[in-house]
Each structure stands twice: as structure tokens, then as C-alpha cells.
Design a protein around this ligand. Structure first.
Ligand SMILES: Nc1nc2c(ncn2[C@@H]2O[C@H](COP(=O)(O)OP(=O)(O)OP(=O)(O)O)[C@@H](O)[C@H]2O)c(=O)[nH]1
Ligand SMILES: [Mg+2]
Length: 204
């Protein structure tokens, strides 16, 4: 059976917000799905893979995305939504001031945003959850938000190990409200499954 692929082709960049005061207003009927994770885990690359575009800036240097970036996606026969690229955390070379800025920006977004319906927590498939990932998960959940884990950079791991590794991570206590999806933005693996998951989530 061949299913019709869902393509997020109607996407546009809306805004880059560097400070809480700059956050664009929420729109009642537009749910937001945020993409969170450590610096360099592949957040912006995943957004580009999902949108089949180069709208999000990616890079070799960790800490590439310093703002919260909003993308608006319209899908035929489905609800529209926003993908929200969050700045990464856990980049050691950041100064204390920069870390405080991150906290101020991300926490003001997470705490107040009613339209934020889901946080995609990106986790490098090679490393699993590190200490600050666990802290992030606890903090997101304490704010009453849904977490769904998306593994990234799976092309670095032999295909044959994927399933057992995922099971191992889930057994070790990684939180995700549904079975995590394994992706590679570089090889476009798992991207269609993730698109389908998003559409189903939006319309359930
Ligand atoms: N092998 C491989 N590399 C990837 C993949 N996705 C991203 N990368 C690489 O990882 C690096 C970081 O990617 P970004 O998408 O910029 O990561 P980010 O999470 O947005 O990083 P910050 O904005 O710094 O928080 C880049 O060099 C990408 O080319 C993937 O699926 N496989
Ligand atoms: Mg980025």
C-alpha cells in the first residue's frame, strides 16, 4: 500500500525573537510545536528537512540559533500550525550572561504560551539523555507541556541497532508521550513518519 506523503510545502518564516518582549503574539487557532534540544543536536536541520527548505540556518558552530524562530505551515485539509525553533542549551563556551539570556527567553516562552501544544525534544541518537536533557524534560513537564522525543543523526548508527537502542533508552527512563521517532535529516530518514505524527497530533 502506498500512502500519500504529507509535505509541509506551504511554509514561511515569520519572525526571529531575541528577547521575551519581542515574542510574536499567539494566534488562537494556530497551535505551536516547539523544537528543543542541546546545541548542535540538529534542530534547525530537522526543521529544514520537515519543510523541505533552507529556511532555518544551520551550522558547524554550536550555538548557531540564538533567537526563537517562528515558521508558519499551512497544510491542505489540515489545521495550520507553527514550528518554533528554540535556541540550544548546554553549550559550554557560553558566558553566564548568555545562559541567563537563554533562560529568560525560553522560560518566558514556555511558561506563558497557551498555544504551545507539543515540545519535540531532540536527542542525539548516539548519546541519549544527558544531565541537562533530563533537567529540561522535568522542567517542561512541570510547565504542563507535552514532550515527544525525536532522535537525530541516526545515520551515525548502524540501522540494525536502531530498534534495540530505542528500547534501551525508553527502558532507562527517557520520557516521551509516544514511541520516539528515529530520524536523520541528512539522509531524510524518519522525516515522513514525523510529518505524519505531527498531522495526526494536530487533528486528533
Ligand atoms: N550526520 C548528521 N549530521 C547532522 C544531522 N542533522 C544535523 N547535522 C549536523 O549537525 C550540525 C548542527 O546542526 P543544526 O541543525 O545547526 O543544529 P541545532 O540544534 O539547530 O544547533 P543550535 O542552533 O546551535 O542549537 C550541523 O553541522 C549539521 O550538518 C543528521 O541527521 N546527520
Ligand atoms: Mg539551530
Amino acid at each position: 500500500m502506498t500512502e500519500k506523503k504529507i509535505l509541509f510545502t506551504h511554509a514561511k518564516f515569520e519572525a526571529s525573537c531575541f528577547k521575551p518582549e519581542q515574542l510574536i503574539p499567539e494566534q488562537e487557532l494556530i497551535p505551536e510545536i516547539a523544537v528543543a534540544g542541546r546545541s548542535n543536536v540538529g534542530k534547525s536541520s530537522l526543521i529544514n528537512a520537515l519543510l523541505n527548505s533552507r529556511l532555518a540556518k544551520t551550522g558547524q558552530t554550536p550555538g548557531k540559533t540564538r533567537s526563537i524562530n517562528f515558521y508558519r505551515i499551512d497544510i491542505p485539509d489540515s489545521k495550520s500550525f507553527r514550528l518554533v525553533d528554540l535556541p540550544g542549551y548546554g553549550y559550554a563556551a557560553r558566558s553566564k550572561d548568555e545562559r541567563n539570556e537563554w533562560n529568560r527567553l525560553v522560560s518566558s516562552y514556555m511558561r506563558k504560551r497557551e498555544s504551545l501544544k507539543l515540545v519535540l525534544h531532540l536527542v542525539d541518537f548516539r548519546h541519549g539523555l544527558l544531565k541537562n536533557d533530563k533537567e529540561l524534560q522535568e522542567w517542561i513537564r512541570s510547565n504542563g507541556k507535552n514532550i515527544f522525543v525525536v532522535f537525530t543523526k541516526a545515520d551515525k548508527i548502524a540501522h540494525g541497532k536502531w530498534k534495540s537502542m530505542r528500547e534501551e533508552y525508553v527502558r532507562a527512563g527517557m520520557y516521551s508521550f509516544d514511541m520516539p521517532i528515529i530520524t536523520s535529516s541528512e539522509k531524510r530518514e524518519g522525516i515522513d513518519s514525523l510529518s505524519e505524527f505531527i498531522v495526526k497530533f494536530l487533528n486528533d
